[in-house]
Design a protein around this ligand. Structure first.
Ligand code: 15L
Length: 261
């Protein structure tokens, strides 16, 4: 399996597009997939159109891969039925194929929306109870539980990244707490793919933000040390240190922000 490429689902998304050339640089080759065209294909990359709901197509891709970075999903709040195929069936297809083909190491893009209904005054860690803030958050909670099952029953090693707001830079006050810089995201994925014994882990994906809410100290197998800090954008987003937001607005009160409305 050493010569097989890493499989990336969700390759056409914002994160996938930024990551692809950098993953090729790190791992030598990449098997990229999405349901839509993902723009120019890089040297060292093969791009295959596939629907995560198509178990046969996903099985074929997983059979050819050494490790998996599973980002593919409906990534915002939508109706339950809209989320069902990619997020539930898709994640099942990825994990089940990994079990069938002995692909042991998976990075699963979970989300802060698994815990979105915790208040912003609460610091969370990997053992905090889930409080999903919508059908999207519930689908990511399902993915984490499915990962736990495939670890305990079948020995897969899966990191569930509770990604905050992975963006080139923070765009609002909430992002000062949730921002994950793209270089820190790449480092986090690499830390998870290269950890000697991963097991099943939950890792919060945020940069080293002064205003962060999440503590990774209970996540033992992954030594993620983010480098960036949203504080350099604080004056721009909160001139004079003033927070003009209505603190009783659910989008302000809860960690999931606008998803909690
Ligand atoms: C997510 O999970 C979404 O995929 C992304 O679009 C952002 O909304 C992010 O969370 C966030 O909470 O900022």
């Amino acid at each position: 399996s050493a010569n097989k490429p890493v499989l990336l689902t969700g390759a056409a998304g914002n994160l996938g597009r930024w990551l692809r050339p950098r993953l090729i640089e790190k791992y030598g080759s990449l098997l990229s997939t999405d349901i839509v065209d993902g723009g120019p294909v890089n040297p060292g990359e093969e791009y295959v159109l596939a629907d995560l709901a198509d178990g046969t197509a996903i099985d074929r891709l997983v059979a050819r891969s050494s490790k998996i970075i599973h980002l593919g999903a409906v990534s915002i709040e939508k109706s339950f039925m809209t989320i069902l195929s990619a997020n539930y069936m898709g994640t099942f297809h990825v994990f089940e194929a990994a079990k069938q083909h002995g692909v042991k190491r998976i990075v699963f893009a979970s989300s802060n929306h698994v815990i979105g209904f915790h208040e912003t005054t609460t610091e969370l860690d990997a053992e905090s109870v889930m409080r999903p803030d919508g059908f999207y958050g519930v689908s990511k909670a399902f993915g984490e539980n499915l990962a736990s099952l495939y670890h305990d029953k079948h020995g897969l090693e899966i990191a569930c990244l509770r990604i905050g707001s992975a963006l080139p830079e923070p765009l609002d006050i909430r992002h000062l707490s949730t921002w994950l810089s793209l270089p820190d995201l790449l480092q986090l994925i690499d830390d998870c793919l290269t950890a000697p014994n991963l097991g099943f882990e939950i890792v919060y994906g945020a940069s080293n933000n002064d205003r962060g809410w999440w503590d990774n100290s209970k996540t033992k197998a992954v030594k993620f040390q983010p480098k960036d800090n949203s504080e350099i954008f604080a004056e721009k987003l909160m001139p004079g240190g003033k927070d003009p937001r209505d603190q009783s607005d659910p989008a302000v009160k809860f960690q999931g922000g606008p998803f909690c409305k």
